[in-house]
Design a protein. Structure first.
Length: 687
């Protein structure tokens, strides 16, 4: 393979032979290029592509990696490569080894966040908790425990944290509820895969026999359960290459453990360490600021410095604004001016902040100037009700024992099977050891059910049986789903619930999922087993929905990781936002130096999103509980030498561009004048 276009460090990583390797890839250093070229070299030298497993964190990243690798190795080898996410890998393993799980019928469901919340809600009803609790907060704590590879028995809650104490009590009951539904939640896909590999030597032997080389991207984001999976998969051949950057480890709050990458050489003895320090993304002025922030780090880290390969570029600006409205208007004005100059498309501009609460003023300022924008972090496509409802019907048609999906659609649209009827059906099923679907089929035999509920059960049975029969005949899933939507009156229901633009958007979501199903049907000729697996995979679709490209992006710094723009604004650089109050106020939580260092890394991630120009901003005063409160600059700004910044103050909210002002003035005069009488001249217009 020709590697003459790679720098020396990249070549070393691509050409490394067998044994463990840690590639420390600084921001913008070409890590995806290294991973894909390494895959291509292995294939070129005779490694079977099916024996190469490349794992990353998002479906989008996996798709990009597969596309770039396929361009190097060809379509045939590219299709054989196993480029996946941690959770998709776990799902694939659990699906193949489902016989080892002891589930009825050899099937299981995958619960998304809403399904998991529903299961926890049922569990909480059986506990005298004494007050209302935030289900998402309880689930979050259970998730952290799972990601730390802890069970209900081994997890130790923090003393005095009532949510931790309650989560500890509910954890085993929640797991039992999942198993009663024959279901796994998102975290289980990794943890249960690890448990299976640990418990069953035959499964481990079959799995490892199909893996010769393992590559892991974004290794700094791995948690304890993912580390265990990597160690198991590399336990025999030890050909594991991980790529990551401890300086971009910013997800501890969801279980990521930076010590995984810091201790790689201890976990995998004899590992080669390669540092990618040449940055191909940002101008030198931006990188000097990024390096200055990291240089003041007080935590353990792998020493490395980003070296620019581009020109210096414009000096980074630090703008101090009088208040948030002025800050938002300043940013909108700068964006407006950049767009008016024709030098930048909207898609190359982003405004980043620490907390979503900062977005409102920014959105208002952009709307004032008619600047189209999107906010990363909205509801995901596959979480939308109309999409989930239609998919739930298909899941029940394929597997009537999928109780959570059945509960979702049993009374949608309304058919007389409300909460009381559902409770009676459930009691009937439990008393006789039947599934809920069996109870639906036997509804006429349940005396406690009203005639309306019995008729509703029959209607549901007809719809599901018709879809099941057609799917068994291998009719295309999109055609079956479209007919099903007509039978249940989905379009009419959405029209009643949502008017105008909202209805068009929601029905557009239905058409969107029908198109997804059509693509799958065209590819797999209606195979029901493959369709069932595909529907489980859709539960893992956590990436942002595709958006219109010609828009300005608003995002948290966390949401911006992995993205880049030519012009970036980092706003709200004040104590309490960055670092966040949760990491500095002992009254809020137990403060540790590691928390502060993660906030420093988050600032670094935000800085390195900018390719050409970076603008930092903060406010002198910010309203808190209705009163103006003086704000302290972020401590991280003190770490940037003054000579690396151009500082300026903005105290007056800038107005719209001159052309817009003149147009507004002339329009106002025209409205005041009306038709000019012939006896007097019209007022002079502004130019």
């Amino acid at each position: 393979m020709d590697v003459s276009d790679l720098n020396p460090s990249q070549r070393e990583a691509v050409l490394h032979g067998d044994g463990p390797m840690l590639v420390l890839a600084g921001a913008g250093s070409g890590k995806t290029r290294v991973v894909t070229r390494r895959i291509a070299r292995l294939v070129e030298e005779g490694t079977p592509p099916w024996s190469i497993v490349a794992v990353t964190f998002t479906n989008k990243a996996a798709a990009e990696m597969r596309e770039r690798a396929t361009a190097l190795v060809g379509d045939k080898a590219g299709k054989a490569l196993r480029v996946t996410t941690f959770h998709s890998f776990g799902l694939e393993l659990l699906t193949k080894e489902v016989a080892s799980l002891g589930f009825r019928g050899g099937r299981f469901a995958v619960f998304d966040q809403a399904d998991a919340t529903g299961a926890l809600r049922e569990v909480l009803r059986g506990v005298d908790a004494g007050k209302r609790f935030d289900l998402a907060a309880i689930l979050g704590r259970i998730s952290v425990a799972k990601n730390a590879f802890q069970t209900a028995e081994t997890w130790t809650p923090r003393e005095g944290d009532e949510y931790d104490e309650l989560a500890r009590e509910l954890f085993p009951r929640y797991q039992a509820a999942l198993r009663s539904f024959q279901a796994f939640d998102f975290d289980d896909l990794v943890t249960e895969a690890v448990h299976l590999l640990q418990r069953r030597e035959d499964v481990r032997r079959r799995t490892l026999a199909k893996i010769r080389y393992l590559l892991v991207d974004e290794y700094q984001d791995t948690n304890a359960s993912q580390l265990e999976l990597v160690r198991l998969l590399a336990s025999e051949h030890r050909n594991v290459a991980v790529v990551g950057d401890d300086d971009q480890s910013i997800y501890a709050w969801r279980g990521a453990d930076v010590t995984n990458i810091l201790d790689f050489e201890r976990h995998f003895t004899g590992a080669r360490v390669v540092k990618l320090e040449e940055n191909y993304r940002s101008v030198a002025s931006v990188l000097h600021v990024a390096n200055a922030v990291l240089d003041k780090s007080r935590g353990k880290r792998h020493g490395k410095v980003l070296r620019p390969t581009r020109e210096r570029g414009p000096t980074v600006e630090l703008v101090t604004c009088s208040d948030p409205d002025v800050e938002a208007a300043m940013i909108a004005g700068e964006i407006d001016a950049a767009l008016a100059s024709g030098s930048l498309p909207r898609a190359e501009i982003a405004v980043l902040y620490r907390s979503n609460q900062q977005a409102e003023a920014l959105e208002h300022a952009l709307r004032e100037r008619g600047i189209t924008h999107r906010q990363i972090g909205g509801q995901k496509f596959y979480e939308r009700k109309e999409v989930k409802d239609l998919l739930a019907y298909l899941k029940v048609a394929l597997d009537p024992t999928d109780e959570m999906s059945l509960r979702r659609v049993i009374n949608y649209p309304s058919r007389g099977l409300g909460d009381k009827a559902l409770e009676r059906l459930s009691l009937f099923a439990t008393a006789r050891g039947l599934s809920l679907w069996d109870a639906v089929r036997r509804a006429p035999a349940i005396d406690e059910l009203s005639s309306n509920a019995v008729e509703g059960a029959a209607a549901l049975e007809r719809v599901v049986d018709d879809a099941a029969t057609r799917l068994a005949r291998r009719e295309p899933a999109d055609r079956v789903a479209r007919e099903l939507a007509e039978q249940i009156g989905l379009r009419e229901d959405l029209r009643e619930a949502s008017a105008g633009e909202a209805f068009s958007r929601r029905w557009g979501n239905v058409e969107g999922i029908l198109n997804v199903l059509k693509k799958h049907a065209d590819k797999h000729a209606g195979d029901p087993e493959l369709l069932a697996g595909f529907l489980r995979l859709l539960t893992l679709q956590t990436d942002e929905e595709e958006q219109a490209s010609d828009v300005v992006t608003l995002s948290t710094m966390h949401g911006a990781k992995g993205l880049e723009w030519k012009l970036v604004f980092l706003c709200g650089l004040e104590e309490g936002f960055l670092p966040h109050a949760r990491t500095t106020d002992p009254k809020v939580t137990a403060v540790t130096p590691q928390d502060i260092e993660e906030e420093r890394r988050l600032f670094y991630v935000g800085i390195t999103r900018a390719r050409d120009r970076l603008v930092l901003s903060r406010c002198r005063v910010r309203p808190m509980r209705g009163k103006p409160v003086a704000r302290t600059p972020s401590r991280f700004l003190d770490d940037v030498p003054a000579e690396l910044l151009i500082e300026r103050d903005v105290t007056i909210k800038p107005g719209p561009r001159r052309e817009e002002t003149l147009q507004h003035a002339n329009a106002l005069l025209a409205a005041l004048d009306g038709p000019a009488p012939t006896s007097r001249p019209a007022r002079p217009r502004f130019r």
